[in-house]
Design a protein around this ligand. Sequence first.
Ligand code: ZN
Length: 135
Amino acid sequence: MTYKTKRCEVCGQYYAPNSPTQKYCMECRVAGRKAQNAVYRRTHKVEIAASRAAYRRAERNKAAADVIIRKAESDRATAAGKKAVEDYKQEEYKRRMARNADDWFGRFLMVFCWVAAVAILGVGVWAMVVNGVSK
Ligand SMILES: [Zn+2]
């Protein structure tokens, strides 16, 4: 699309614009925009200050929201961590109980050893009583 030839507001040359709002030729484009921005900054101090204040306010609100969100996340993480530890302890307890229930041979061995020890002692005491303690 072509637009009708315009005259540059900086250097006065005629040029073919790429858009209907273009004010400067390609050579003066950067300088022209800088000059335009400088004029805008001079003539819109209140608007610029308000916009910056609004930006800072938004940043502050965002930071406050971030703090709240991080706190909530950390609380959730802590709660989840505590629950995981509790669950692990429960599971470990159940596993230990199951292991003990399964270890019938260990129990049998323990009972057998106790019975054997008591029997040996009993036989020893009985022998001493029957034969006399002194020689
Ligand atoms: Zn120009």
